[in-house]
Design a protein around this ligand. Sequence first.
Ligand code: ZN
Length: 429
Amino acid sequence: MAKILFANTMIFEGTNKDLVPGEVLVQGNRIQAVAGPGETLPREGCDVIDAGGATLMPGMVNTHCHLTYNNGTTVAELTALPVEEHVLLTMHNAKQALDMGFTAAVGAASAKPRLDIVIRNEINKGKIPGPRLLAGSPELTVTGGLADDNQLDAKHPSVSIICDGADEFRRVVRTMIREGVDLIKFNNSGDSFCYPRMAAYDNPMTEDEVAAICNTANNIGKRLAAHAHADSSVRQCMKYDVEFIFHASFATDETIEQLERVKHKHYVSPAIAARYNTTYEAKDWGITTDVAEMIGNKRELEKGIEVMTKMHKAGIKVLPFGDYGFAWLPQGTEARDLEHFVNLFGFSPWESLRAATAYGGEAWVGKSGEKMGRVAPGYLADILLVDGNPLLDLSLLQDRNALLAIMKDGQFHKPFQGRVAAGQSLAAE
Ligand SMILES: [Zn+2]
């Protein structure tokens, strides 16, 4: 089995505050050994890569990923895509995610039922490049919930599957599991994007509907994610073992305390760019800050900042990325979240990077016993070489040219071709 030894690197292990000089040995698809400062690993039988002092870190994990989104301005633009074009779009987005250093992703709702599934299968077969992918179902919603934009006399195609009552939800969850999803996504709160009919702090799902979705999925060992802005939504996530809690903007202090007690079981992804960018950077698409305020998006941002800051202090795992794929937060720019976490929630840069790697990896593998997201012996060899120190400048991770090498599962997606100063590599583009 080929052995690759990365020498002359500065290592971000996934959980450390400072970079540490060292060497890393990859054998097959795993990290076999790591040497610390002043130590060396045996070179015998290895391809040795002199990284020239570049940073070696775990691949990033996007735990709230919509590979099927098309950087449009409305859901109607997305549903207008025929399935053939949509498959190709998703395939291109998968490659771009890996190009940007994301070696794993959690499908947080697929815009058509089988898109995530077929793309995951092709990635797993090695036929197309992309991150390790957990295939998500479309978002399951109730009549009038987020992503049901129908009117009585005007039907609109939707990215969701609309159900009412426990029996309908059970049937749809089972159908999606039959088709091959890894994860069921449901909407147990409203959102500013369904203004004016339902606010983010309202929860349109009944207890028996949520129980039906979650028990059906949990019984078959499938995983769960919820669009859960409202306080009652977050409580339902705890009650029914929903690992991935999305948004959680309106969680009360009591709920945060409860979540702190079970924090080993849940991951919170606020998808804060869908609030920050929409409130402050979407005016070219007609969403001024005034519009964002009117529809409630700015309120979600403000509450989200307050709640995530508290959750982070309480040691609850708050994870970056999420909901990229709209015009004002396009696919490929996800790493900007690392800075949002520092600027908005008070994360240190290393905490932001820990959330993107060690915690993201832990979230992705779940209860499988697999090891992902750290540079440590036995972990999957998902590795980035970065031209510079991301702990001093997180924006490096938004720059494709600064990613000198990308390895997934022990294989180079982007081989190392030497260290070039960022300016030079940009000039060469
Ligand atoms: Zn989402």
